[in-house]
Write a protein that binds this ligand. Structure first.
Ligand code: E4P
Length: 218
């Protein structure tokens, strides 16, 4: 499973990139607002740091508007992925952009039917929002399972399932068991994947016993 970081915080991205475990970045208008940075500047900076796909979301709601914004965003760097909302206009824009070889991440997906349309439109990524479905009492992971199952039926579908709105390591593990290609994670959730209380307890005990030996490795 590939891991993207869901943030526009350049310091966080730099820190996490150092681990060698980050394959890409996703942003959205809310994350850009939170960064307090100029959209074009921050996307350019992230694209330079990250070798993999970096999602930059359009703000237009019409096909023509989305295409015009995509035309401004794609020259930023070769690894820019255009993020469009899962609306009828978004699907039309996806079709046009993917036909031109532009990578598109279709976002705000909340149903398997929407995911099927995005694949047919040629999306490189579909972003189903797990946490926001859980928030309204619908099992978000069931949607991931449905989409993975549907996409697996058709060899012609190349769209990658990009699990979004991830809130817990449990979301990541369950989605990985279903074969989802990518998870985009808030930095805290990515770091949280490495944690286990028994690891901390075991390490503390080993270090105490090692100190008692009085030895040094270097
Ligand atoms: C996905 O690309 C979105 O940026 C993100 O995962 C949304 O997450 P949220 O529901 O925590 O805002």
């Amino acid at each position: 499973m590939k891991f993207f970081v869901d943030t526009a915080d350049v310091a966080e991205i730099r820190d996490l990139l150092d681990s060698g475990l980050v394959d890409g970045v996703t942003t959205n208008p809310s994350l850009i607002m939170k960064s307090g940075r100029d959209f074009f500047e921050v996307i350019a900076e992230i694209c330079e740091m990250v070798p993999g796909p970096v999602s930059a979301e359009v703000a237009a709601t019409t096909v023509d508007g989305m295409l015009a914004e995509a035309a401004k965003l794609t020259p930023i760097a070769p690894n820019v992925t255009i993020k469009v909302p899962l609306t009828w206009d978004g699907l039309k824009a996806t079709r046009r952009l993917s036909a031109e070889g532009v990578k598109v991440n279709v976002t705000l997906c909340f149903s398997a039917a929407q995911a099927l349309l995005a694949a047919k439109a040629g999306a490189s990524f579909i972003s189903p929002f797990v946490g926001r479905l859980d928030d309204i009492g619908v099992d978000g992971l069931e949607l991931i399972s449905d989409i993975c199952q549907i996409y697996a039926q058709y060899e012609s579908i190349r769209t990658e399932v990009l699990v979004a709105s991830v809130r817990t390591p449990g979301h990541v593990i369950e989605a990985a068991k279903m074969g989802a290609h990518v998870a985009t994670l808030p930095p805290g959730v990515l770091r949280g994947l490495a944690l286990h209380p028994l690891t901390d307890k075991g390490l503390a005990a080993f270090l105490k016993d090692w100190e008692a030996t009085g030895q040094k490795i270097v």
